[in-house]
Structures are given as C-alpha cells and as structure tokens.
Design a binder for this molecule. Sequence first.
Ligand SMILES: [Zn+2]
Length: 480
Amino acid sequence: MRKRFIHLRIPAADGAIPGSDATVPAEILVIDGRIAQVSTAGSSPAEADEEVVDLGGLLVLPGVIDGHVHFDDPGFTHRENFETGTRGAAAGGVTCVVDMPCTSLPPVTSRASLHEKLAAIEAKAHVDFMLWGGVSDNALQEPEWRSHLEAIVEEGVAAIKLYMLSGMDSFRDLSRSQLAQVLRETRKLGIPVGIHAEDREMVLALTARIRAEGRNEPLDYAESRPAAAERSAVDTMRELCRETGARIHIVHVASGEALDVVSGARDEGLPMSAETCPHFLEFTAEDLAEQGALLKTAPVVKSAADRDRLWEGLAAGELEYVATDHAAGQWPEEKHTGAIWTDYGGVPGVELSLPYLYSEGVLKGRITLERLTEITASAPARFFGIERRKGRIAPGLDADLVALDADDVWIVHAEGLHNLNRYTPLEGRELTGRVRAVYVRGEPVYVRGESVRGSEADGTELFSDPGFGERVRRETRAEA
Ligand SMILES: [Zn+2]
C-alpha cells in the first residue's frame, strides 16, 4: 500500500485550511489516492516507508473542478485536444475538468457516442475528467431519444447540456416546447441540465438587421447579443422550471439582469442556479472594442455595471460557481476571418482561472478565501454529484490539491500557456499568486520551479503522463 504524507501550511490570515475543517496546522495522510486523515501537524509522524511532501510556505487549496470546458476531441482537434487541454488544466490547478458534449464529433447524445468519445480521449488525460451529455434538436429527431438520454445518465454523465441558441449544425438548439419535453425527462432521471440561455429570435433578428446595414465591428456583434436577450431566455427557463420542477443551471451568465432573474427564481424556491466565467468578471464591451475578435465569446461581455453585479453575486452566493467555458479557436486563423460575424467565438481559460480568481478576487477583497474554494471546488462537486469523492480536503475524498505560491507576482503571456491554441485576453496582465504544484489522487500532475518534491523537480515543469487522468462518474441524483 502506498502512503504519502503531505504537510500543509496554514494561511496566516485565516488560521484554517480553506476547503477543509482543519483550524490548526495540519498534515494530510493520503492512502491509495484518498485522504485518510487530516491531523494536527506533528501528531502522527510519518513512518519510514511513507513518502513525505513538504508544501511548507505554499497556500494549499482543494483542486479546482472546472465545470465547463470544450476540449473538442474527437472532431475539432485543430482547436484543442484532450491531452493539451488537460495539460493546461494541470498547470492551472484544475484537477478535474467537465467536458461539454457539443464540441466533439459525434456529440455525446447516446451510449455509443459516449463510448466513441471515451475511446478517443482516455489515453490522453493528465487530470481527472467528467463528461457532459446533451440533447439537441438533432438528437430529438430520433424516435428513441428518451432511451438514449436514459442510457447516458446511466453511464454517469455529469449533467445534460441544452441550447436555446446554438451556432452548431451538429448540435442544434431547442424550441420552448422541446425544452419542456426534455426537462420532464431529466426531472424523472434526477439529472440537472445546463442551459445556454440567449433568446434565439431576438438575436437572429438583430443579427440580420445589423449585418444588412453592412456593419462589421466588434461592438456591432455585441449589439446583436444584448443583455435583454439573455434575460428573456432566463425568464423562459424560470417559467419552465416552475412547469416541470427540473433542476436547471444557467451556464456562463454574462449580465446582471439574467442573474437577477435566477436570484428571483431561487427566492421563489425553484431549483435554479447559475455560473459565470472569469472573462465576464473582468472584461466589458470597451475591452471588446479594443481587443476585437480575440475577446469574442457567446454570450458576449457586457457593461461595467454587469461586471460589478456578477462579482457581487459571486460573493453573495447568488452564483453557484465559476467555470471557464474554455474554448480555443485555431489561432490566429479562426479569429481573423475578415468579419467579426464569422470569427471564432471563444477564449481559452482553464489554465488562468484559479490564479485570476485568487489575484483579482481574494487579494482585491471581492471574495474570501473560503468562498474561493466553494466556487472553484465544493460547489461544482455538489452540482455534478461527486461531492462524496471530490471538492474538499476531507477524509474519504480524493487527495486533489493545488499548492499556490501566494506571493509570486507574474505577468500573463499566452506563449507560457500549455493548451493547443494560445491566446488570452489577459495578455500582459500582472497577477499575484501562481500555481506551483498540483496533485490528483495524491500523485503530482504538475510541478513547477524549484524542488517541492525531493530532487525530481529541477527548475523545469513536470507533468503526469497522459492517460493518468481517470473518468469520474456522477454518483448522486440532482438535489431538487
Ligand atoms: Zn460553452
């Protein structure tokens, strides 16, 4: 049996290990990848055969669960693949990614397509992963769509993705009545749904009008996808939540108005939640005008007031967690097609989320350290039904940990990222706090810089082998 001690440092300001119950300096005993014991430092010394990892001086947090990534594998691997995507994840302190079902071919809408995807990616993952399943208009054309949905739920998909507005022919959006049909099934199956919520009719009409006027600037694109379109779609989902009782999660909320609707629904007792992304917490339409297509996403960045409202909602618990919506287009080709309308919509994000949230959230006083561990780890673990396995530093759970060099001041450069297509709207930004070492099930998946683990790290970077990452299945039913 393999045993390893990991010595944890207590952050001075708090007197506790964030994301755990420990309130005094502690040590973690890991046996076979799981946390066996969190004990007071020095109370149970390591035995001779145990490996000791000293993380003294570093800030240790639960490994990040990024609930929304597009790693494009198989099918769109010119954009990302599971090896490069999970390398970026490892380097960013992300110990489990949850990959979307719509940006691989075939999309994950049946048992067969799920197995096809697993066969393509399993040998590549550096960190643990879950898979979203989905239901598209395409899938609904199959008479046996209900049994396909039931089968992927049985297979342990994390949750079910649905679109109210999709730009993808291979994963088309659903009408209101189709949504109602699907939500009745997910309710029965005890699985939550994640909704891309923008009002299709409104966006298509605006887009047609603006394009007919010959306009082609980043802000013209922003005008075609206003906050009102997001709010209208979330209003519809609130009604559908009332009608069906399904557990509904709004992905990548960008506007304060949409967040207000979700909060109203929760006050009403409806099982609704929402996530936002680092780019919506940081950037506004002014930045889009300046950065152009590089910052193009869907939904698109909004106003400074929206941004501030999202931070407030994040601190107050109105937003359940942060996910990156990591979506890297082929760089630079797909971001420079000659028209903002056809330029790729999406930004890579999996590697920078934790350093960003620590630097701009915790150190700027917008969220507490404890809240950081909730929005990056324990809340997504609960949402995806793996709270008995991941998301906290506690006995019985996987030893998924990230050690941050909390005082390291560094400059973000796209060329230093590890995913396939490297660009970032944070280019040139100074952040404080940098990932130093990352453990999945007790094993190092990423180590950077001077030695933190005996003599192995020699000033370069270490990664786990591709294929080390394991697939994680949803274990519990959705809380209604
Ligand atoms: Zn997405």
